[in-house]
Design a protein around this ligand. Sequence first.
Ligand SMILES: Nc1ncnc2c1ncn2[C@@H]1O[C@H](COP(=O)(O)OP(=O)(O)O)[C@@H](O)[C@H]1O
Ligand SMILES: [Mg+2]
Length: 462
Amino acid sequence: MIPLSLAQIAEITGAARDPAADPAAMVTGPVVINSHQVRPGSLFAALPGLRADGHDFAVQAMAAGATAVLASRPPGVPALIVPDVPAALAALARAVVDRLPGLTVAAVTGSAGKTTTKDLAAQLIESMGPTVSPRDSYNNEIGHPLTVLRVTRRTRYLVAEMSARGAGHIAALCEISPPQLGAVLCVGHAHAGMFGSIDEVAAAKAELPAALPAGGVAVLNADDPRVLAMAGRTQARVVTFGRLPGADVRAVGVALDEAGRARFTLVTDAGQAPVRLQLHGGHNVTNALAAAALAGQLGMDVAAAADRLSAAVARSRWRMEVTQRNDGVTVVNDAYNANPEALRAALSALVTMARGRRAFAVLGQMSELGAQAEELHEQAGLQAAGAGLAGLIVVGKEAAPMLTGAKANPAWRGELLQVADAPAAVAAVEERVRPGDVVLVKASRAANLQRVALALTGELPL
Ligand SMILES: Nc1ncnc2c1ncn2[C@@H]1O[C@H](COP(=O)(O)OP(=O)(O)O)[C@@H](O)[C@H]1O
Ligand SMILES: [Mg+2]
């Protein structure tokens, strides 16, 4: 963060400063919401949580060296008191961005692939100058300002992930750190239940291109008609990416190796160069193209972008994370998140990776799909059966419509199984797998199925 005094922070956020808080005391960062992450000079933001209230950790935060606590009620230690702590974080983040005219902000949104794309884009853009990008999926009204507040006077690029669970969310994130570049990956069913319809999802994602200035660049996926249509919603210059010949940044000759990793030729008007991704799954071609387009607009040439993409690794965990067990079983942990589009992508990667081997899928609930949830789970089951699995293990009652869907494919000869929870899923897999088999584990975060994958790989016992 850039150093600010408590007096400055109080003015920026409209906070009431309690008398114990020295107006000249400096916050040098980081701004944190977890008292364990406090360092000398930190500002500790007290948030009400599901299990604990940040205000209860104010004393601990001060003991660890925090300069003050940002709180919504007096916590009994030097504090800045505001009615709404996330709103104060947003105001503070914006004030920091306004003090850094040399900072370029690139934002990524879409229904699936945001975290992967910002991780890839950061790995490219870092080579051009000091870059800040979110940890994990710090992409909402709390995570985004915390990420922005990590920038310093040295930072040249901020690569932000922006998510929406409703109209206006992305616009608000863009207010916090006005982006010059914005990439939209896809419009799908993630959180569709919270929006009402996929058109409303599209409208929410379009808030990113709509927020870009005339001198900015909208990076749009030409393979997704709903995204391409956002060209009409921006004053910025449009750069497209995709697999079709018309895209400005495109992948030609995409092929997947036996581990489901893509290789292709990255082509732009400025040249072309070969890419070999280390990430698994054909869907990562889309994410890689978006990252290359962003970096290209910041001045990276095609050869450098291709080299960096080929060297890039999965920084955030549980996205198509492949582990080879000693007994020859391959475990694919894609349990960070799921929605119909992401599941389709993962099943397709599983089929490629299995090629001639037996494939199992352990699938749990895709949450937040609203009224269409049952139908979309049925379709997912049908798709899973169509993937020719040796076994489909459906976990939890919310995912049960997948069973109906899978049964609707009479040609499928695999084994269909429903289990109640993660331990039962692990037992079911262990009873069935043989050396050479591939097991995909996928569900929404709420289902916690990463526990299944971690147990199968031996990383964490159940
Ligand atoms: N471009 C894509 N299209 C479809 N599904 C994708 C894409 N990229 C990633 N996924 C799927 O979405 C899951 C979450 O990926 P992630 O990069 O964390 O996206 P997000 O941050 O948007 O939730 C992955 O595990 C993968 O299954
Ligand atoms: Mg994410």
